[in-house]
Design a binder for this molecule. Structure first.
Ligand code: FES
Length: 167
């Protein structure tokens, strides 16, 4: 069903935090602290569908000062080189990744996997086998809009073939 589909082109990003769930995210809501989001698309009858039926659809958003986001982040897929979206699901075993309380990127609460959200969420510590997948986004009016599939294989896919066949 549509609430289980991964983020799709044209989806709008909405807050995942319980107190604001479903409210469209604004650039001004974002900072260097992680904000979790769901993709929201359209259902069969044009109604809004928050794609939270699959917990692996949870996303992590950041807005860093200009110049701080560098390769291998795909800058074309960010908003102005400042605002970036990733899968928030650890590629090791699927836990939701949080900000590190040491201020050094993101840390997974399950087995201490670490990622650098300014550098394409590359793995900088622990057991994750690959980066968190970047999701391409753009600004349309005030909304953050998905422009295509994840740029790399997200959890829980384990082979490129499996991920390619979904796409
Ligand atoms: Fe994240 Fe194991 S699930 S490090």
């Amino acid at each position: 069903t549509r609430d289980k589909m991964p983020p799709l082109k044209g989806d709008i990003l909405v807050h995942a935090e319980a107190s604001k769930e479903g409210q469209p995210i604004r650039i001004s809501d974002l900072s260097d602290q992680l904000v979790r989001a769901w993709p929201m698309g359209k259902g069969e009858n044009g109604e809004n569908v928050i794609r939270k039926g699959d917990p692996n659809n949870i996303l992590a958003l950041y807005r860093f000062p200009q110049g701080q986001i560098v390769a291998p982040t795909n800058l074309e897929a960010t908003i102005g080189g400042e605002t970036v979206a990733y899968s928030d699901v650890c590629t090791h075993a699927g836990c939701s990744v949080a900000d590190s309380d040491q201020g050094d990127g993101m840390k997974c609460p399950c087995h201490s996997g670490q990622y650098d959200p300014k550098r394409g969420c590359v793995v900088i510590g622990g057991p994750p086998p690959r980066p968190l997948a970047q999701l391409p986004i753009k600004l349309e009016g005030d909304n953050l809009v998905v422009t295509g599939f994840f740029l790399a294989m997200p959890y829980p896919y384990t082979s490129e073939a499996e991920w390619e066949s979904f796409k």
